[in-house]
Design a protein around this ligand. Structure first.
Ligand SMILES: [Zn+2]
Length: 124
């Protein structure tokens, strides 16, 4: 599906319109998760369910297609929150720039050296 020209540029959109999906279950789950995040900006991101999603290593729970502004999911309901946040932050990292990425890398390295426990118990 071609991406409309207006989506290719950073435009302000109402908070509720940040995500486009045909999946009613995605709408409800995303609305709950977004209440726990800081405000977002940027063009809408399309959320799709894709059965049998795979990457070069095999089965995949999801994939973020940054240029197309789309996230494809093939995961259970229970894993959706963790996977949605992970995939959403691929869009954040893209815009963050190397100084902030390296600053976060330093923070993670310091936590690793201190043997800190992960907040979610999963790799980020
Ligand atoms: Zn990832």
């Amino acid at each position: 599906m071609p991406v409309p020209l207006a989506w290719r540029y950073s435009i302000w959109v109402p908070f509720r319109d940040h995500f486009l999906t045909e999946e009613p279950a995605h709408k409800k789950r995303v609305a709950v998760l977004l209440r726990r995040l800081p405000p977002l900006s940027g063009a809408p991101i399309r959320l799709e369910r894709v059965r049998g999603l795979r990457d070069q290593r095999g089965e995949a729970h999801a994939g973020a297609f940054l240029r197309a502004r789309c996230i494809a999911f093939d995961c259970s309901r229970g894993e959706f929150p963790r996977i949605f946040i992970h995939e959403l932050f691929h869009f954040v990292w893209l815009r963050l720039g190397n100084p902030r990425r390296r600053s976060f890398e330093s923070l993670l390295c310091a936590q690793w050296r201190a043997k800190s426990r992960g907040e979610l118990g999963w790799s980020a």
